[in-house]
Structure formats: structure tokens, C-alpha cells
Design a protein around this ligand. Sequence first.
Ligand code: ZN
Length: 421
Amino acid sequence: MQIDRNITLLALSSVIVLALILILGTSLTHSRRVDLRENRFLQTIEKYKQMGLLENDLMNDRTLRYRLSLATLDYSEKKTFAVVKSELKKQQALLLQEPDNVERLLSLKEYVTALASRMASNSVFNGRVTVNETPQKNHLNILFLSSDPDNLLTGFEDISCAFTGTSNVVLCNSKTINRTLEDFDRVSENFSTAIATLDSDGSLTINSLANGAILKQLLKQNFLTWLLGHEIGHVILHGNKVNSGSMPLHFDFVYDDKEREADAFVVHAVRADNSLQAAFPVILLEFIEQRYHKIYQEQYGSSAMVFPARNSPVEQISITATSYSMPLLVRAMSLMDQSIHENSKALNQATYSVIDGKLAYVGSYKFTDYYEFLKTRVHIVEKPSIQSSRVALCFLIFGMVIALALLAYSQLHRKGHGEYK
Ligand SMILES: [Zn+2]
């Protein structure tokens, strides 16, 4: 009896020791593998840098004229135009005292650096952001590449940006991004954005012709806020450890829980920044309208778009959404829902900016009630993803196996009874 117990104890402890060795061994080889992967990754980036593949032309192009909004104005309390004007004048006097605040046009690199620094400021990467430089340890590193000959990232040619899961590096394909930015140059209508400049005589001017160029620029920078914020969200929320060895996390491929979390991060990061939180939802509504009208035209033809349908579309558009093909409109609407949920006055804000030497304000002339109406004009057809189809198939096969087993059992049972008879 005593010997039996000793043997059992011995067997049990050896099993535990073996299991511990196994766990420790696997984690050590795993971390060595991760280190090796990281070294190889950084060496490749260094090689790319020497080959001139870091995209510096696009990044340093000052003709892009990105502007950071300077301050915010809440006009939700049913302020009259005269009140807004007098507030603007006060603001103008204040702004002009600070030379730094007068028209700051940034290159893409300066804009991305400022944007990423703001969005990462409440994380461990506060003050630790690099853009198109040799990646640094414990930093958030964003790299714009023109090509990826050594295949650092699967499917690089088709992606805009992705979190690689290594060295906190976000890789962006400057060609794809450039194409996306050029798409905004084709925007020909302004659906909801109010842009007005304050003249020296105190009058507010809406220059529609000049505003077209500003609107395109605002749409571009809002999209970059979303795109980069999404990737920064992946780095902060999902990190190297979670993602090492698995697929890189993209902006524009499979849309699953991690993607939803990264999009939600954008809303939180924007909300935490005074001028971003006033600028982002306003231009997001414009983006939603641009997308909405494009689909409306495709489904009903341009004749249906004549005024007043422009402001109150009669027909409902229908769009299909799956996790493998999630339309940007659906994602943008989900960002808007979250923005309004966190701040019911998200659309009742304006930002100050300096446009062509004049103080300007950018806001929306459509508000939450309009957005809620627009939502009723969108019919989202949700189709099960391939993943859930796979799960369904597994269940089906499992069910069939059980059914067959039951059938076989009942057959055997009947046969058994027959023999007894
Ligand atoms: Zn993503």
C-alpha cells in the first residue's frame, strides 16, 4: 500500500517536472525565434533604407499642405451667427499674438509625426514615435516604403498600412496611400462641410471655389488620421507579443474583433485630443456623405440625385457587409456612432485654422439628427463570413457523424434483438 502511494507520488511529480521543462523549453525557443525574426526584420529595413526604398519624396512634399487645426469652438448652444463671428474675432486676436499659431502647413512626414505623437500620447509610446527612421526599441515606428522586395509583409502590394507584429513597426505602402489620397482629389461636391474665412473688415466669407481645394485636403488628412490611428491602435492594444508569428494586422483586409478594437481606438484617441475631437467627426460626416452619394449614384443613377434628394435621399441604398469585405462606409458609420455615443455634440463643433493667411473656421452644417436620418437610408445586408460558414460546416459534419453513429447503433441493436428471437 505504502509502496503504491510512493510510486504514484513519484510518477505524478515526474509528470509535473516534465511538463515544466517542456513549457520552459518551448517559451525559450519561442523567444529566441522571435528575437531572430526581429533581427532579420530590422536588418531588412536597414537594407531597404540603404537601397532608398524609404519613401521620402512623398513624405517631404510640402505642396501637400497639411494643416493642424488650432483650437475648437462649440456652437451647440444655438449660437447666432453674430455670436460665432465675435468669438472668431476674439480668437483671431489671440492667435495672431502667437507666431507659431499662424498658418502651419506641414509636409506629410511632419503631419504623420504630429498625428502619431498625439494619438500615442496616452500610451507607453508618449514621446516615442519615429517616422521613416531606423526603428528604435520601445518606440512606435512608422515606415513608408515604396516597395518590399524581400517580402517583409505578405501582400504588401495591395495594402495601405499594416502592423507587422515586430519591433512595433507599422509598414505603409506609399504607392497605395498615394492612390487613395489622389482619389480625394476627384471629389467634386461639398455635402456638409462649412468652411468660412474671416476678413479683415470682420465679415465671414465662404469662398466655394477655394474651399474645394481645402475640402479635399481635409478629407485626406482625416483619412490619414483614421488609417494611422487604426494601426497605432493595433500596436498599443495588440502589441508584438500578441501578434508575433501570426498574420500582420491590416487596415483593409479581414474585419474581425481586433479590427473593430483598432477602429474604436481611433475614436478614443481622437476624443482625447482637443482639436482632433472637433475636426474628426465633422469631416467624417463629409466622408460618409461622399461614399453614400457615390453608391446612391451607382444604384439609382445620377438623375435621382437632383436637389433636394441631395439633402434628403428618398431611396435606400443597399450594401453588403461581410468580415471579408467590409465596406468603408459601414466602418465609417460605426466610427460616427461611437463618436456621437461618446460625445453627443460631436458634430456641433468647429475648428479654427489659418487658411491663406486668414483665420478660418471649419464645421458642419449638418448635425446628429441629419446623420440619424441618413442611417435610415442605408440598408446593410450582413452576409455570414467564410469563417462562420466553416463553423457551420463543422457543426453539420459533426451532426451527420452523430446521426450515422446513432443509425449504426440502432441497426446493431435491432440485429441483436433478432438473434434472440
Ligand atoms: Zn487593422
